[in-house]
Design a protein around this ligand. Structure first.
Ligand SMILES: [Zn+2]
Ligand SMILES: [Zn+2]
Length: 342
């Protein structure tokens, strides 16, 4: 029985083109007690592989977090399968706003300690005592309230290209860091302010809201389903959109455009630009913002050093990398001394 992905990304991309079918990109998460994540993982892999699902899914004792794509015409079968799993029955699926048939090219279902790397010791607080969930309409009202402090729970490279008007966007590389910064900043207002938070799909706020309540914040709210669900509701209910720019997403699309505002800058020339790229030097792979003309001048690299390495023949590059460890992660933090405008 096949339990792991066998095709390369290139082979998969060719198959998708050949099939010529539209694919849906979607995400979901659920905190639930899973007794044996490995068995559950294998079950998901076998079933979803047969439905031509691709994506990145994390399974842990605390639940499941999935970002995936599947052929649109198999959606009902997929949904039927989800409904056979008690804690996934009728779960909200966040369907991507911009579709791309190649958002994912492999099916990876991984067992992890946690479904989000939150750095928290969950035994120290009650994770089920979470904040009040609000939909788009209530959220829009709440964030206009002068008693409200709106906080972006994502990392710096996410909020940089898009965030809600007037949101606090901590300059952090990890979720754990932002918790401390926010707690510190808002210490005097634990009782008199509304702490309203949001993230991409809601999963991070689920923990953060429980954490802040544990820390003594009295009025804690979270945006239900995150930016993805907010955008859907805004469209469907014809509400005012208060999100500026792009929503960073964790698949090959990198981001979804929510409003036409460009709130970020090219990290090399400083011109307005809000599309991330990865440094072409495989040993670097830094995630950063690079406009089209800098991309051309810099050969898609983050620095002249990387440019020089990237020009070497593949074998020579490999030789250089020996013993360096692989930093081939497309979400490597976008920070580097060589980027002038970061
Ligand atoms: Zn530029
Ligand atoms: Zn580089």
């Amino acid at each position: 029985m096949q339990l792991y992905n066998k095709l390369s990304a290139k082979e998969r991309a060719e198959l998708i083109d050949k099939a010529g079918k539209n694919r849906l990109t979607l995400s979901f998460y659920q905190y639930a007690k899973i007794g044996n994540p490995q068995i559950f993982r294998d079950h998901l892999f076998i079933t979803w592989n047969s439905l031509d699902v691709l994506g990145r899914i994390y399974v842990a004792h605390e639940g499941i977090n999935g970002q995936l794509s599947l052929p649109a015409d198999r959606f009902n079968e997929f949904k039927t399968h989800l409904d056979t799993i008690s804690f996934l029955k009728d779960i909200r699926l966040n369907v991507a706003i911009e579709q791309d048939n190649k958002s994912f090219l492999k099916l990876k279902v991984k067992v992890r300690n946690k479904i989000v790397a939150d750095g928290l010791n969950d035994d120290t607080f009650d994770v089920t005592n979470k904040g009040v969930h609000v939909g788009a309409e209530a959220f829009n009202e709440l964030i206009e309230d002068e008693k409200t402090v709106l906080v972006d729970m994502r990392n710096h490279y996410e909020s940089e290209i898009g965030h809600f008007k007037n949101a606090i966007t901590p300059d952090v590389d990890t979720f754990r860091e932002s918790l401390d910064i926010i707690e510190d900043d808002l210490k005097p207002h634990k009782e008199d302010k509304n702490l309203v938070m949001y993230c991409t799909g809601g999963i991070r706020c689920e923990k953060a809201s429980a954490y802040f309540k544990h820390k003594g914040f009295k009025n804690v709210y979270q945006l239900e389903g995150g930016i993805i669900e907010y955008t859907r509701q805004v469209k469907e209910e014809n509400l005012e959109n208060k999100f500026l720019g792009q929503n960073f997403v964790f698949d090959d699309r990198r981001a979804e455009r929510i409003s036409d505002d460009v709130i970020a800058n090219c990290h090399q020339c400083g011109n307005p630009f809000d599309v991330h790229t990865n440094c072409a030097n495989a040993a670097c792979h830094l995630l950063f913002i690079q406009c089209d003309s800098c991309k051309e001048n810099m050969e898609n690299c983050c620095s002249t050093e990387c440019m020089e390495i990237n020009r070497l023949p593949y074998e020579a590059q490999k030789e250089l990398r020996k013993g360096q460890g692989n930093s081939n992660d497309i979400f490597k933090k976008g920070r580097s001394e060589s980027l002038k405008f970061k």
